[in-house]
Design a protein around this ligand. Structure first.
Ligand code: GDP
Ligand code: IMO
Ligand code: MG
Length: 439
């Protein structure tokens, strides 16, 4: 059975939620392997739109199990709100939601620390995080004093652990900044209360996943953020604090690479980025950039911030394909380009006047990159009603064919609107061959 990764290939918000929602119809399990409430994955169908932050986008398929894996970080207050919201919308989670006992907990003080670090950083050093406590929680994990979901079970042990955290570096930093902190007793009481509500879902998810795969079940691995935000491979230090690339799923879920049968990259038909850091093909104070933002409603699902918009960055896309080795690409938001006479693709970079191959490691170099563009004729036609690959305009076919060349992989799916039905599968492509009977 297929066990396929779906990961973001740019700077996040590529439309992973929509792609996962569609594919999950044919999978037994959908599992998140990293990130936390920094993610905002949108799923739209039957006239309703849902924003998911912790919960995998397979949640709307009643027969699909959903897993929040060990590599994730969880804000339990927000997670419970998310679960309540889904319950109110009539989504039944009983017996099909599985939360790893090894996932890390975003303690309220770690969220405070995220805000403090961002507000106290000098202008050029601000990362523009989502302020959800992601960085400090992964720091705590790597420094080996973080708190895991399983630690919430025993109230006394929990209070001792939290007490040590408050008297450690995180508490010290907040105290130094004069911030008032909750007591260990309070945090332990709240944490244990949350545990009681979540206990029914908490389990060793690696054991479950491996058992299900052994039994012939199929798993869709849902990435959050995107390849250019990866802790190692992204535009460091303007990245998130987890491994967002397909390879991250193995550690983030306890599933061996030998069990993964494929990887799909989700790319927007253009580029966006939210937060600070290099974006070589960004359109700054530019009418085309503004048109993309308005047509694509490019405002963050999690924070509401306007996203920075630009042309498709073929160099960054090729870089992402090298690291993830995609079997195929899903190109989303193609319809946003319906109103353009001309569309550009960045096919090369120049650094200090010379051609530059790849994506530079140093941010100062990345910020000096100049994009080299080629221009394509737009189709200037509404595609939102197109449902078949062959019905796309000729210019759209030409644009997609060029994207395939610059990325280095086949385009197997195209998005022409936010709704579940506004996805076009390419006949005979990797997806239709590997995920039969999808639509
Ligand atoms: P994710 O974080 O990768 O799941 O993406 P987000 O949900 O943050 O952002 C993608 C946005 O684009 C959402 O508002 C989606 O509803 C919307 N979207 C996804 N695919 C398409 C598409 O093909 N066309 C249009 N117009 N909107 C889309
Ligand atoms: P999804 O899953 C887009 C960005 C933030 C910031 C950087 C670090 O919806 O694609 P963090 O809070 O993670 O420490 O912020 O990463 N970022 C995202 N950008 N989509 C996301 O998630 C993001 N999650 C984090 O804007 O630049
Ligand atoms: Mg998003």
């Amino acid at each position: 059975m297929p066990n396929i990764a779906v990961v973001g290939a740019q700077w996040g918000d590529e439309g992973k939620g929509k792609v996962v929602d569609l594919l999950s119809e044919r999978f037994d399990v959908v599992a998140r392997f990293q990130g936390g409430p920094n993610a905002g994955h949108t799923v739209a169908f039957d006239g309703k739109t849902y924003a998911l932050h912790h919960v995998p986008s397979g949640v709307f398929r009643p027969d699909t199990r959903i897993v929040i894996g060990n590599g994730t970080v969880l804000d339990l207050t927000k997670l419970l709100e998310e679960l309540d919201g889904l319950a109110e919308a009539g989504i039944d989670l009983a017996g099909r939601l599985y939360i790893s006992d090894r996932a890390h907990v975003i303690l309220p003080i770690l969220k405070m620390l995220d805000a403090l670090e961002e507000s106290s950083a000098k202008a050029g050093d601000k990362i523009g995080t989502t302020l959800r406590g992601i960085g400090p929680t992964y720091q705590a994990k790597a420094a080996r004093w973080g708190l895991r979901v399983g630690d919430l079970a025993d109230p006394e042990h929990l209070e001792e652990r939290i007490d040590r955290i408050l008297s450690g570096p995180a508490g010290g930093r907040l105290a130094q900044a004069g911030q008032e902190m909750p007591t260990a007793a309070q945090l332990a009481r709240d944490g244990h209360g949350q545990w009681k509500r979540l206990e029914q879902y908490v389990t060793d998810t690696a054991m479950r996943l491996n058992d299900w795969i052994d039994e012939g079940g199929s798993v869709l691995f849902e990435g959050a953020q995107g390849t250019l935000l990866d802790l190692d491979h992204g535009s460091y230090p303007f990245v998130t604090s987890s491994t967002t690339v397909a390879g991250g799923l193995c550690a983030g879920l306890g599933v061996a690479p030998t069990r993964v049968t494929g990887a799909l990259g989700v790319f927007k038909a253009y580029g966006t980025r939210v937060g600070a850091g290099p974006m070589p093909s960004e359109l700054i104070d530019d009418a085309a950039g503004d048109l993309i933002r308005e047509r694509g409603h490019e405002y963050g699902t999690t924070t509401g911030r306007p996203r920075r918009c630009g042309w498709f960055d073929g160099v960054a896309a090729r870089y992402a394909n090298r690291i993830n080795r995609f079997d195929a690409a899903c190109i989303t938001l193609l319809d946003v380009l319906d109103a353009f006479e001309e569309i550009r693709i960045c096919t090369g970079y120049r650094l200090d006047g010379k051609p530059f191959e790849g994506f530079p490691a140093s941010v100062s170099r990345a910020e000096r990159l100049e994009p080299v563009y080629e221009t394509h004729k737009g189709w200037n036609r509404d595609t939102t009603g197109v449902r078949k690959w062959e019905d796309l305009p000729a210019e759209a076919h030409a644009y997609l064919a060029r994207l395939e060349e610059v990325i280095g992989t086949e385009v197997a799916m195209v998005g022409v609107g936010p709704d579940r039905v506004q996805s076009i599968l390419r006949p005979g492509s990797w997806i239709t061959r590997n995920v039969p009977d999808l639509i």
